[in-house]
Design a protein around this ligand. Structure first.
Ligand code: KIV
Length: 278
């Protein structure tokens, strides 16, 4: 059951009805225990290709593979009951042709049990989005700063401040017309996010794109303070689990070195208890 009492599983068509309503709450998850925690609070749970950076220590999302996404997708599926599960298509798995995208997205859906996939790109991906949507694969789009194109942008730069604003607007219109059920707007200036949200018929999900969007998404490790390599301005920290974990591991190390752990309560010294499970 959700934190608001809803029990019904959320589907891609539900998303259109949520446009302009209470803001959609979205987070990433990559493992079953975190999926379990976020499920009751979130409308959408994204198995993002950010997993490459925040779980595998990769320098960008570019070397994330389909197999990695499927492995994390399967784990997340086991932790979800209600939230809409979306899995990111990794770089190189969908751009070549609509047929390539269909083959790989169908595999992701069949093997993970997710309800939808996400892919990056605007006008250039519209044909692919239409191809997938017409063949049973709901698609969440992603425009503005698209991290898989970091080398084209020359860094993780804010988008929509110049001539690119018109292009990003056209991107959002094109993917909505092609049949995407929602669109992530990443690192887009507020006036542009507001204009896109007003014009497209599907919900906009912002990440660094202002409260003008129909919903918000962040990387779960960022809000929990578990991923501390860098912290974009758009992240709000709700916990400092990284420093709590550091303190806990330090306390364990000191206990072992100083002979305080294991203590009497951790010992199996009684022969009558041999074979017990715990
Ligand atoms: O990979 C990811 O986590 C994303 C975001 C939108 C957070 O694409």
């Amino acid at each position: 059951m959700s934190a608001t009492g809803d029990t019904k599983a959320i589907t891609p068509p539900d998303m259109r009805l949520r446009k302009g309503q209470t803001p959609l709450v979205c987070l990433t998850a990559y493992t079953a225990p975190i999926a379990k925690l976020v499920d009751r609070h979130c409308d959408i749970v994204l198995v993002g290709d950010s997993v490459g950076m925040v779980r595998h220590g990769l320098p960008s999302t570019l070397s994330v593979t389909l197999d990695m996404m499927i492995m994390h997708g399967k784990a997340v599926r086991r932790g979800l009951e209600r939230a809409l599960m979306v899995v990111d298509m990794p770089f190189g798995s969908y751009e070549k042709s609509p047929e390539q995208a269909f083959r790989n997205a169908a595999r992701v859906m069949a093997e993970t049990g997710c309800a939808a996939v996400k892919l990056e790109g605007g006008e250039t991906m519209a044909e692919t989005i239409r191809f997938l949507a017409n063949r049973g694969i709901p698609v969440m789009a992603h425009v503005g700063l698209t991290p898989q194109s970091v080398n084209v942008f020359g860094g993780y730069k804010v988008q929509g401040g110049g001539g690119d604003a018109e292009r990003i607007f056209r991107d959002a219109i094109a993917i909505a017309e092609a049949g995407a059920f929602a669109v992530v707007l990443e690192k887009v200036l507020e006036p542009l996010a507001r204009k896109i949200t007003a014009e497209v018929t599907i919900p906009t999900i912002g990440i660094g794109a202002s409260a003008a969007c129909d919903g918000q998404i962040l990387v779960v490790g960022d809000i929990l303070g578990m991923f501390t390599e860098f912290r974009p301005k758009f992240v709000k920290r709700y916990a400092e689990l990284g420093s709590e974990a550091d303190a806990a591991i330090g306390a364990y190390a000191a206990d072992v070195r100083e002979g305080r752990f294991p203590a009497a309560e951790h010992l199996y010294a009684d022969a009558s208890k041999a074979g017990d499970a715990a």
